[in-house]
Ligand binder design. Structure first.
Ligand code: MV4
Length: 596
């Protein structure tokens, strides 16, 4: 076994890997960007090395800086976590060339599974079909029309070199073909650098069910059970569980065997996940993820295995110490993601900032995998996963109720989180009945009125600094009944008598975008003063002084936490001022342009 492992990642997954290493007596080496100097993964590791830089590209994706940290620390293996370099064959080769073990699959397996067409071909050659369709790229609208006539509408157009779900277009009939094809090619080119597209029959109400596998270097390949990840929004998973509800055991077994077949076909070693779409009792290969996944803990709670330990063991050349018949799956596990995002009635706005209070849940069957504690800052530069809450119980409904109980115990202040959306999902009768699909969150779940929680202890100013709060008592009426209510207001809001009412409403109404509302209120809605609702980086400015704009027109694009947000003017008129250029960092409430 390794004596020292470098974790080329940050946040909760770096913390997760450190924990298992510590239990196994393996030394841990953290790496960190300038923003993460005091981060939890750095505090928990035995040693830590600065990579420099703030953005991922400057730090966690800087191969040379990571190689330096490997050499200086003397680590004998690198765990890539997920994201960043986890599915990068060049990085795996660079590590191996140093005589250091990459805790992941062989680079050839990463490459075969790395693009959709080649992975689909490999799976089909092994006898595991994808959704009915064709693996030849299409270039002519006529090919799409012919496909629709042969297989039936709707048709899914997918980016051949895509991933993560972007770039899929649904075509409902021959009239939509030309526009959908051009738009799919454009998006494929801009998102993935390659315009190639291919076709599948479109499944209207599928579930996303994925199978966890583990393979060693001795030819042993096992399936460890499935996870249902159908609760997604814009391809961001919100809730995952195992076993999948209403999923027959014979399908589970067939899917497990299919996943092992795919893994064997690409010479796979490591923990991995084979994704399927499941509809009408049939499953279809979607893609393979050649890494440990965010949602791996649900499999750990159901099987009793430590998947990071298994990764370390097979990377060190050990044979798996158990066989397929030894894998047990007991009870039910559910995971929810706690992201720094304000559900904002379904808009899910990034909410970076400093966590002022973090009370973790506890009690029977509860596990919290977090990357932050109170006092830590969730930066706009990285992904927004703050923590994962995972529960186990003997059956699904007990697990569902346990999760709601644990979410009720959880308090996070200083940032808005997805907890209210998680609660809305778990409380919904469709989820309780296991009747959701990949489209359910976006098409059926009503999140209006679901917003980030209020923060009674402090409120940030527009600059993001905690401001002292003062206690005020006010009278309110709820359903006609009078209540005396205590409010802890930021000093600035409490001091100005005229602002108290709106300040109170703001304090009660949620946190995401609160600073922007404060500032926007100065100008008033539609005043022509255009502000950004959150901290981030301006990636594009679309107007110049003198331009005529319409109400609702985008004036610039703000990137925050890996998401692009269009900033629009509410007022029509002429642009009189543009205060930002591409590359500028802005804070919540900053004015980007003025329209008169
Ligand atoms: C599909 C589909 C329906 N029919 N393919 C989206 C992400 C990408 N990796 C595959 N995706 C889908 N492919 C056919 N032929 C529906 C989806 C889909 C989806 C899949 C998995 C998880 C969430 C999803 C949400 C919307 C659509």
């Amino acid at each position: 076994m390794f004596d020292k492992v470098l974790i080329a990642n940050r946040g909760e997954i770096a913390v997760r890997v450190i924990r298992t290493c510590r239990e196994l007596g393996i030394g841990t080496v953290a790496v960190y960007s300038e923003l993460d100097r005091e981060a939890l993964h750095v505090r928990l590791a035995d040693e830590a090395y600065a990579l420099g830089g703030q953005s991922a590209a400057e730090s966690y994706l800087n191969t040379e800086a990571i190689l330096d940290a490997i050499r200086t620390s003397g680590a004998s293996a690198v765990h890539p976590g997920y994201g960043f370099f986890s599915e990068n064959a060049d990085f795996a080769r660079a590590i191996t060339a140093e005589g250091v073990t990459f805790i992941g699959p062989p680079p050839e397996a990463i490459e075969v599974m790395g693009d959709k067409i080649s992975s689909r071909r490999a799976a089909e050659a092994a006898g595991v079909p994808g959704v009915p369709g064709q693996t030849e790229p299409v270039t002519e609208a006529e090919q799409i029309r012919a496909f629709g006539e042969a297989f039936g509408w709707p048709v899914a157009i997918k980016a051949a070199f895509g991933g993560g779900g972007r770039g899929m277009k649904v075509v409902h009939g021959p009239d939509e073909v030309v526009e959908a094809m051009e738009s799919a090619q454009r998006e494929a080119l801009s998102s993935f650098g390659r315009p190639e597209i291919y076709l599948e029959r479109y499944l209207a109400w599928p579930r996303h069910i994925e199978m966890q596998i583990i393979c060693d270097t001795h030819g042993n390949a096992l399936w460890l059970g499935e996870r249902d990840c159908s609760c997604q929004r814009r391809h961001q998973k919100l809730v995952e569980e195992s076993p999948a509800p209403n999923f027959p055991d014979e399908v589970r077994r067939a899917m497990g065997e299919a996943a092992v077949t795919v893994a064997r076909a690409c010479g796979y070693v490591n923990a991995g996940t084979v994704e399927f779409l499941y509809q009408d009792g049939e499953f279809h290969f979607l893609e393979m993820n050649t890494r440990l996944q965010v949602e791996h803990p649900v499999t750990e709670l159901v099987t009793g295995l430590d998947l990071v330990e298994q990764q370390l063991r097979v990377a060190a050349g050990e044979a798996l110490a158990f066989g397929q018949d030894d894998v047990r799956r007991d009870g039910h596990a559910i995971e929810v993601r706690i992201n720094a995002e304000d559900p904002a009635g379904g808009k899910f706005l990034p909410s970076p900032g400093t966590i002022t209070r973090f009370r973790a849940p506890a009690g029977p069957g509860v596990r919290l995998d977090g990357g932050y504690e109170a006092g830590d800052t969730v930066s706009q530069f990285y992904d927004n996963l703050v923590a994962k809450l995972i529960v186990w119980a003997p059956d699904r409904d007990a697990a569902r109720r346990r999760m709601l109980r644990a979410l009720g115990e959880t308090t996070i202040e200083g940032i808005a989180t997805t907890i209210p959306a998680d609660v809305a999902i778990l409380e919904h009768h469709d989820f309780a009945a296991g009747e959701h699909s990949t489209n359910w969150v976006e098409q059926r779940l009503d999140l209006s009125g679901v917003t980030g929680s209020a923060d009674p202890s402090s409120a940030p100013t527009a600059e993001g600094e905690a401001e002292p709060t003062v206690l005020r008592e006010v009278t309110t009426e709820v359903g006609g009944r009078r209540y005396r209510v205590k409010l802890w207001l930021p000093e600035s809001a409490a001091a100005a008598p005229a602002a108290t009412g709106t300040g109170a409403a703001r304090a009660a109404g949620g946190r995401g975008g609160r600073a922007s509302r404060t500032r926007a209120a100065v100008g008033g809605a539609g005043s022509g003063t255009i502000t950004v609702p959150m901290q981030g980086t301006i990636v594009k400015v679309l107007v110049a002084v003198g331009d005529t704009v319409e109400a609702g027109q985008t004036v610039c694009v703000l990137e925050a936490m890996k998401m692009e947000n269009a900033i629009a003017t509410e007022k029509a008129g002429t642009v009189t001022e543009v205060k930002v250029t591409a590359g500028d960092s802005v804070g919540a409430g900053d004015v980007v342009a003025v329209v008169d």
